[in-house]
Write a protein that binds this ligand. Structure first.
Ligand code: SAH
Ligand code: SF4
Length: 371
């Protein structure tokens, strides 16, 4: 994700930290919902009345060890430690953007894979950009994650550990994480079940306690996943759909997943989603100069979205190694917005470019080497 406000050009040195986690853990406690935690306590002979306290230690205090849970009886802590671990992800590298508003964490997984998580703070909002996979199978040509290919899904615990990691850092400043965007590495609807369970854990009122409407899930357009969201009674988080082009041929050229889930099928799924849930969708459009940024392209977007409840989020292209397009200039982006609002009544925003100096912008997250 990308955001940067200028803080007098202050630059923060990269920090190198190492946390200790237990390898080959039998059970990662971050994999569990609160009711599953309660079941675990019962199964190890601990009174489930301690569930609320353990949960609070995990997600409010962001405890890294069971030993730190001082208000939980020692016998219960020992029983927990013998059966489970707290799947804290060790920080391999932590980098702050020059303006100090964006921080990128390179986090290690137990199999030596790595992922990136981004902490963004501007306009008074603190947001974590969370990854759902190691790499991505969707291959969008302009995206660094797509360029690295797909390695594996993240587990529930590995997804949950990311905002907890961010919250742990924020505690030192007496701030709390308020927003999560599932816009990091990977395609969240390709890892549907793990992502949905992680959202249930994020929104549990007594833990991280995020409001569902502070969570945005962005998808490349996995049609079965969108239809499943429409069918299932899920928490009311925001859905964003990455469009980037308004014709099947143009879209398939830059978003290979569009060959599998064609544009007309995708738009039908979006309509079903909006009609069933009553919610509008955010449509994302990476603005690439000379490719998809003319007033005529904006008209095609307007016609495509028609009467759907929609907002368009325009993202000027961020640089990646594998794609040499140029971001649209702000004047052309403004004209694009004018067409959308004046000719079609569709509101839009242009995403601020932040964190670009540390490659923490949209589509810039990638991991070159394993630890
Ligand atoms: N896989 C999901 C979410 C992660 S990407 C998805 O594709 O929607 C988050 C957003 O960043 C998507 O809209 C994606 O298309 C966009 N993006 C990818 N690469 C980009 C780049 N180089 N510049 C700007 N936006 C990019
Ligand atoms: Fe995957 Fe999203 Fe990147 Fe496309 S833009 S390759 S779906 S992470």
């Amino acid at each position: 994700m990308l955001y940067d406000l200028c803080l007098g050009g202050v630059s923060y040195p990269a920090l190198h930290l190492a946390l200790i986690i237990v390898p080959d853990a039998p059970l990662n406690i971050y994999d569990l919902t609160r009711s599953e935690l309660s079941d675990l306590l019962v199964s190890i002979g601990v009174n489930p009345a301690h569930t609320a306290r353990v949960w609070r230690y995990l997600y409010w205090e962001c405890a890294e060890t069971f030993a730190a849970m001082e208000e939980v009886p020692a016998r219960a802590r020992q029983a927990l430690a013998s059966r489970a671990t707290i799947g804290v992800l060790p920080t391999a590298i932590e980098t702050d953007s020059g303006d100090g508003f964006t921080r990128k964490y390179l986090l290690g997984l137990t199999d030596n894979e790595r992922i990136e998580t981004v902490l963004m703070r501007f306009t008074g909002r603190v947001t974590a950009c969370v990854s759902s996979q190691v790499g991505c199978a969707m291959g969008c040509v302009f995206c660094a994650t797509g360029q690295m290919g797909y390695t594996r899904h993240l587990t529930v615990g590995e997804i949950v550990a990311q905002p907890v990691h961010v919250q742990r850092a924020l505690r030192a400043e007496n701030r709390r994480l308020r927003n999560i965007v599932l816009m990091g590495m990977g395609e969240p609807l390709h890892n549907f079940d793990a992502v949905m369970k992680a959202i249930d854990i994020f929104t549990d009122g007594t833990g991280l306690g995020l409001a569902a409407d502070r969570i945005t899930l962005s998808t490349v357009g996995v049609v079965p996943g969108i239809l499943r969201l429409a069918r299932e009674q899920r928490k009311p988080f925001h859905l964003a759909v990455s469009l980037h082009a308004a014709t099947q041929a143009e879209r398939a050229a830059i978003v290979p997943a569009a060959r599998k889930w064609q544009l007309d099928e995708l738009m039908a799924a979006c309509r079903t989603y909006s009609e069933t849930t009553g919610r509008r969708i955010f449509y994302e459009w990476t603005l690439i100069e000379g490719k998809n940024d003319s007033p005529e392209h904006a008209r095609a977007v307007g016609r495509l979205l028609g009467d759907l409840p929609a907002q368009v989020n325009l993202i000027p292209l961020n640089p990646t190694q594998g794609y040499d397009g140029t971001p649209t200039r702000s004047e052309a982006a403004r004209k694009f917005q004018d067409v959308l609002i004046h000719e079609f009544g569709i509101p839009s925003t242009v995403r601020q470019r932040r964190g670009i100096d540390i490659a923490a912008g949209c589509g810039q997250l990638a991991v070159a080497e394993k630890s």
